[in-house]
Structure formats: structure tokens, C-alpha cells
Design a protein around this ligand. Sequence first.
Ligand SMILES: Nc1ncnc2c1ncn2[C@@H]1O[C@H](COP(=O)(O)OP(=O)(O)O)[C@@H](O)[C@H]1O
Ligand SMILES: [Mg+2]
Length: 340
Amino acid sequence: MAIIEVKNLVKTYKIIEKEEGLIGYFKNLVKPKYKEFTAVNNVNFSIEKGELVGYIGENGAGKSTTIKMLTGLLTPTSGNVIVNGIIPNQKRIENNKNIGAVFGQKTQLWWDLPVIESFRLIKKMYKIPENEYRKNLKKFTELLDLEELLEKQVKNLSLGQKMRCEIAATFLHDPKIVYLDEPTIGLDVFVKEKIRKFIKDINREKKTTVILTTHDLKDIEDVCDRIILLDKGQIIYDGEKQKFKDTYGRYVIAELIVNNIKDNIILNNAEILEQNDNKLKIKFSHDETTIVKIMDEISKFCNIEDIHMKEAELEDILKEIYKGVHTNVKNNDATSKNAI
Ligand SMILES: Nc1ncnc2c1ncn2[C@@H]1O[C@H](COP(=O)(O)OP(=O)(O)O)[C@@H](O)[C@H]1O
Ligand SMILES: [Mg+2]
């Protein structure tokens, strides 16, 4: 059986219906009118043990709301969530033993205590056996470079230092499932890389199931094999990341070093993204043309010295989807895995 099973999951929030103007403002204060807003709208997925899943979508898509229901922090309006055989919001204590969670900038560490004391408290809370605790502490200290931080008070750590400790704390009790909601927000690229490597290493070694939401799609490129793409509370893609890229990223960006430009460059089957005296950046689709044809066209306008090609990245593809370029994804009711 899948370790996470989500069926027809819905969450609606009650929000105050704003009335216009000053009179409306006072009416709202005295007797607010409520309306319902559906943040998660009939979501279905199942996740197997050991999967690394990127749960992605624009701001407000409903990612955090879903994660909060998975962790048992929020009760679904309707539908079912079963995590490791139990209903999280009904058995929160039992569920907490199985999971670890990071919610953006919120900390689970004790602000005034040295990091190591927080770790010791977590050890007590989760009844982690001494040898397991030592083993994990040693490994995490190495992987996340915590040596210098353990004796420092949490409140004195930088954002990146705090998040490294936070991640270690989350994995300390060997949770079966870890939810990471925007764990890399505001971090520099080196810390991000450390965290990504850590997640991959632990997943490989312990088969920890990880659900990751992030604004930095490089996190997803690097860490996740599968993506679930949410749009306005509904899943519009669920499947392998590579398949998603193959299906929707059928274009290539090429950077050419050129000289001796004779004329205004006009290309039939490629879009010019950037152009100056010796550089040309173009985008074209494999469906419409080939690099040989494009080079042939370009060479009528200038000399080509060098060319560098880049496959479409997740970020580029998603931008296009949000702009409505791939309407078939948007119109697709992808309630089952690999629906496209
Ligand atoms: N407690 C709440 N009350 C009312 N609306 C909320 C609440 N929490 C989130 N929302 C709304 O629900 C939608 C989804 O929010 P969220 O799950 O935080 O999205 P994401 O994490 O994908 O950015 C947003 O439009 C947000 O404004
Ligand atoms: Mg969120």
C-alpha cells in the first residue's frame, strides 16, 4: 500500500466578503459577511515509500494547505488523507512520530537554547535510542557542516545556519515521511546545495519519503524524480519530472557568438530572445525545425563563431504554462498519475 494516499481532498476557507467604501468597511467590522473559498479542490494522489516528490505551483495554488492537511495540522473539509495507515488529523501524536516537517521560516528549535540542547530535547520527545541519536548526529553534523553551530544559541544563527540545524532536527528521529514547505527560501546557493545533497543522501540511505515545495525550481531539478503540479487548488500534472520536461519542454535555447552582422536578422522558425553585435540568443522548437536549418538561416546574416545550446529547464516550461502557452496542461483534469 502507498505510504500517502489522498482521495478527493477538499479544503475551503471562510473568508470575509469585503464591501466597498467607508460604509462597507464599517459594515464589515460590525457584521462581517462570509463567503467560502476553495483552496484545495478535489486533489487525488498516492505516494510510495521512498519517493522524492516536488509539489509545485504558483503562489496561492494550495500547496501549503495540502501539506498542512497531510501533517494533520488542518482538518480537510472533505475527502480522505491516509498517511502510513492512519488519518493524520485524528491521530496527531501517532502521526507525528512518523513524520518530520519544515514550514518555511518557522522554527521547531528552542530560540534561547544552544542547538545541541534542542537536539537533546528532540531525542527525549521522540525517545530516540542513544546509539541512533549519536549516529545521526555525527552524520548530519558532517553533511550539513554543523560542528561550529551546535553550541550556539539558535537566536544568534544566520538564516542559512538556522535552516541547516532545522533540517537536521527534522530528520533526527528517522521519520518515514518528511514534508519540506519552502525550506530553501532566502538561502544562498551554497546552503541550498548542502540541503539538496542532504535530502538526496538520506533518501537514498533510509528510503525516507520526501515531499518538497519550493519556489526555487533548481531544488526540484536536483532533488525530485516526480512532480505534482497544482494550479488553483487542482492537480494539472502528476508524473515523472523527465516525462514532463520531454512533453512540454520541446524547445531549445541556443546562444550563438557571431560577427559581421550584415542585416536585420529575421528567422522563420525561431524566436530571437536577445541580440547584440556579437551575440544572438534564440529559441526554437524541435517540432518545427532543426539546429542545422537554423544555422543555415543565420549564416545568411552573419558569421557564426560558436554555439551553446541549453535544453528547457523546469522554470522556463512552467513560465510558459502559467502564461497559457501549453493550454492542454491547464485544461487537463489530471486526477490520476501520468494523466498526460
Ligand atoms: N487561513 C486561511 N484563511 C483564508 N484563506 C487562506 C488561509 N490560508 C490560505 N488561504 C488561501 O488559500 C489559498 C492557498 O494558499 P496556500 O495553500 O498557502 O498556497 P501556496 O502554499 O500554494 O502558496 C490562497 O489563496 C490563500 O490566500
Ligand atoms: Mg505555501
